[in-house]
Design a protein around this ligand. Structure first.
Ligand SMILES: NC(=O)c1ccc[n+]([C@@H]2O[C@H](COP(=O)([O-])OP(=O)(O)OC[C@H]3O[C@@H](n4cnc5c(N)ncnc54)[C@H](O)[C@@H]3O)[C@@H](O)[C@H]2O)c1
Length: 448
């Protein structure tokens, strides 16, 4: 591989992934220019303020301010960088695919700027796309508006990140591997050189054609969702077999290295801005190419069933005219994002069935309010949420909820039902203070 020393990077799109990319790259010594079509994130970054809420983002921006700048000017960003990462939204379409309209809009502006540049430039697409999109929707627009040829005057890679919100910076700097789909060898070499300098530790870099990288990205996410739904399928089975406990089963099978323990917990379904839609889009893409992904379809069906399954469990244990407390609205801990959150979906379904619901989340109250409106009550603390409820469900495994005291469930001298979806509490400590119910465990007294 021919090593190239990269010094200057530009990042187009300063959202949940783009802004942390700016900070992570700057922390490793690169000069980084962030660009967004909206002036608010640009101004924030320019003033050293994190444009989005993400763990350590503010700290990283503050510590690396001298290497970070922001602009709305594409020419400035392209002429002053060697690699441009494009990380704009690819919203889901009604039929299940991803729209590339923001990618095309960004590509036009990048192309126009490239026209003014003589040096070779790499455009690296990070947004999640379906197989074929980089070659059909990005490269032709870049060529048209730059008047240049991909592979000769500039290069393109499809280079997605595998991050989880709440740990984006850590995941960016310490990934399990890096995926590079390249238009040509020279471009792949440039990107590999960049990553060699970015990572402190040796990290496997998988280089391939663009289309294989597009398939690999979405296949990986879909495989993870399959594992999650598999564990949830086992949880439902274990609830019906006397003596069964899903955690015991997954702990055993997860020890087999062919399976592995991660993402194998019978609990809530998967949610967030990526997993559900990536899974559905992969099935959609397969149908377009004339085949079906039956596993991905089943995974999605199992996931959607989770909300109804847990709601039914709640209703079965709720006393007449009882009130439900939902602890957890963010789709996972350490984020305020509520996209496809199952806690929010359960609150919504219960309120539609006229069950009074009180909700609480350490970070996601404002975002949940935008979805749930006045259908539910909003508590200002865990204590208040529990006090207002006869039955409490823990839907997000926040650290704060792991430290709950059993006494909270006996407030006002009445014992409450506690459904611990993630099994984060010690059953033995809670069983005298509450009627403790764990998902995936056969409950005594229940008819199989
Ligand atoms: N958020 C995640 O967890 C995650 C993980 C992996 C992949 N992705 C993918 O990354 C992409 C971006 O996701 P996100 O969550 O960061 O989105 P986001 O909505 O948080 O941010 C996108 C940003 O791009 C800006 N933008 C839109 N069009 C633009 C244009 N033409 N020029 C400049 N800026 C423009 C928007 O103003 C916004 O600030 C999506 O394809 C998503 O699927 C996201």
């Amino acid at each position: 591989m021919k090593k190239t020393k990269i010094k200057n990077i530009s990042v187009i799109g300063l959202g949940k992934l783009g802004a942390p990319m700016v900070a992570a790259f700057a922390s490793r010594g690169f000069q980084v220019i962030g660009l967004d079509q909206k002036s608010v994130p640009v101004q924030k970054l320019q003033n050293g303020i994190a444009p989005v809420l993400e763990t350590d983002l503010q700290k990283f921006i503050r510590a690396n301010r001298k290497r970070i700048s922001a602009t709305e000017d594409y020419t400035k960003a392209i002429l002053n960088s060697e690699i441009t990462f494009v990380i704009v939204p690819t919203p889901s379409e009604i039929r299940g695919g991803f729209s590339t309209k923001y990618i095309k809009a960004a590509a036009q502006r990048i192309g126009e700027a490239l026209r003014k540049k003589t040096a070779f430039h790499v455009v690296s697409l990070t947004s999640t796309v379906l197989p074929g999109s980089t070659e059909n929707d990005l490269i032709p627009v870049l060529e048209k508006h730059s008047g240049k040829k991909c592979g000769r005057d500039f290069g393109v890679t499809y280079n997605p990140e595998f991050i989880a919100l709440g740990s984006v910076i850590k995941n960016l700097l310490h990934p399990d591997f890096t995926l590079i789909g390249e238009s040509d060898k020279k471009t792949g070499d440039i990107l590999e050189s960049f990553y060699d300098d970015l990572y402190e530790h040796t990290t496997p870099i998988k280089r391939m054609s663009i289309v294989n990288a597009e398939i690999a990205k979405i296949a990986l996410n879909t495989y993870v969702t399959t594992k999650i739904s598999y564990a949830n399928m086992l949880a439902e089975l274990c609830e019906k077999i006397p003596g069964a406990n899903v955690d015991t089963v997954t702990d055993a099978i997860g020890t087999d290295t062919r399976i592995g323990r991660r993402c194998l917990k019978g609990a809530m379904g998967y949610a967030g801005p990526c997993f559900p839609r990536d899974n559905r889009a992969f099935s959609y893409a397969a149908r377009k190419f004339g085949t079906r992904l039956l596993l991905a379809e089943a995974t999605d069906t199992i996931n959607k069933k989770q909300v109804k399954r847990i709601t039914t469990l709640i209703e079965r244990h709720l006393e007449k005219n009882g009130r439900v407390g939902i602890l957890g609205l963010a789709y996972k801990p350490d984020t305020n994002v509520v996209d496809e959150s199952q806690g929010v979906a359960i609150a919504s379904l219960l309120s539609r069935r006229r069950v009074p619901v009180t909700v609480y989340d350490p970070l996601a109250m404002d975002n949940a309010r935008r979805v749930l409106g006045n259908k539910v009550n909003y508590a200002t603390s865990v204590r208040q949420c529990i006090a207002a409820s006869n039955l409490v469900v823990i839907t997000t495994p926040w650290e704060e909820f792991r430290k709950l005291s059993p006494a909270l469930f006996k407030q006002g001298g009445r014992k409450r039902v506690l459904i611990d979806c993630w099994k984060i509490l010690n059953k033995n400590s809670f069983k005298t203070a509450s009627q403790y119910i764990a998902l995936g465990v056969f409950r005594e007294g229940r008819t199989p």
